[in-house]
Write a protein that binds this ligand. Structure first.
Ligand code: FE
Ligand code: ZN
Ligand code: FE
Ligand code: FE
Length: 188
C-alpha cells in the first residue's frame, strides 16, 4: 500500500514538472466542457427557431425569431473560432437544459390555438427562458476566460453575450408594446 502511494505521488510530481501545452488544468477542462455544452445548445436552437417563427402570430415576433436564427448562426461560427484559438476540435456535448427549454417552446405551440396573441405571449416566455439560459452560460464563460487570461476569447464571447441580451430585450419590448395586451383581450 505504502509503496503504491509513494509511486503515485512521484509520478504526479513528475507529470507536474514536465507539464506541456496540452496538459490542461481542471478549470480549463471545465471551460471546454461548458463550451461544448453551449455549442450543442446553439446548434439545437437553429432547429427550433424556424418552428417558433412559423408558429408566431405577429409578424414582428416572427421576424424577431428569424433574425435571431441568423444571429445564432454567427454565434456558432464564433464558438468555432474559440475552439480554434484553444487549438482543439469543435465538439458538441448534449445540453440537457436547452433540450428541455426547446421542448417547453414546442409545448406552447401544442397548448395554444393557432393565430392568437396568447400563443405569441407563450412563445415570448419560451424565447426569454432560452435567452436567459444563454446569458447565464456566456456570462460565466466570459468571466472564466478573463480569469484564465484569455482576453481574446473573452472578447469573442462578450459579443455573443451582448447579442443574447439584445434578443431578450427585444422580446420584452414585443410583449409590453402590444402582444400581452392583445392576449389579455382575446376571447377563449
Ligand atoms: Fe445564442
Ligand atoms: Zn447548455
Ligand atoms: Fe447544459
Ligand atoms: Fe439567443
Amino acid at each position: 500500500m505504502a509503496k503504491a502511494t509513494s509511486t503515485k505521488t512521484a509520478s504526479k510530481k513528475a507529470s507536474t514538472k514536465t507539464a506541456v501545452k496540452d496538459d490542461k488544468t481542471l478549470l480549463q477542462e471545465l471551460f471546454v466542457d461548458e463550451l461544448k455544452d453551449i455549442y450543442w445548445a446553439e446548434k439545437h436552437l437553429t432547429k427550433a427557431l424556424p418552428k417558433m417563427k412559423k408558429g408566431a402570430t405577429s409578424e414582428e415576433l416572427a421576424n424577431a425569431f428569424e433574425e435571431h436564427l441568423a444571429v445564432t448562426e454567427g454565434q456558432i461560427g464564433r464558438l468555432e473560432q474559440v475552439f480554434k484559438l484553444l487549438d482543439i476540435p469543435a465538439r458538441a456535448i448534449k445540453c440537457e437544459a436547452m433540450e428541455g427549454l426547446v421542448k417547453e417552446g414546442q409545448q406552447i405551440l401544442e397548448d395554444t390555438p393557432k393565430g392568437t396573441s396568447v400563443r405569441d405571449a407563450g412563445l415570448i416566455i419560451a424565447g426569454q427562458k432560452i435567452e436567459h439560459y444563454e446569458i447565464a452560460s456566456y456570462g460565466s464563460l466570459v468571466q472564466l476566460a478573463k480569469t484564465m487570461s484569455r482576453n481574446d476569447i473573452a472578447d469573442l464571447l462578450q459579443q455573443t453575450l451582448d447579442e443574447e441580451k439584445e434578443a431578450d430585450q427585444l422580446l420584452t419590448e414585443l410583449a409590453v408594446s402590444g402582444i400581452n395586451i392583445n392576449a389579455d383581450n382575446e376571447e377563449d
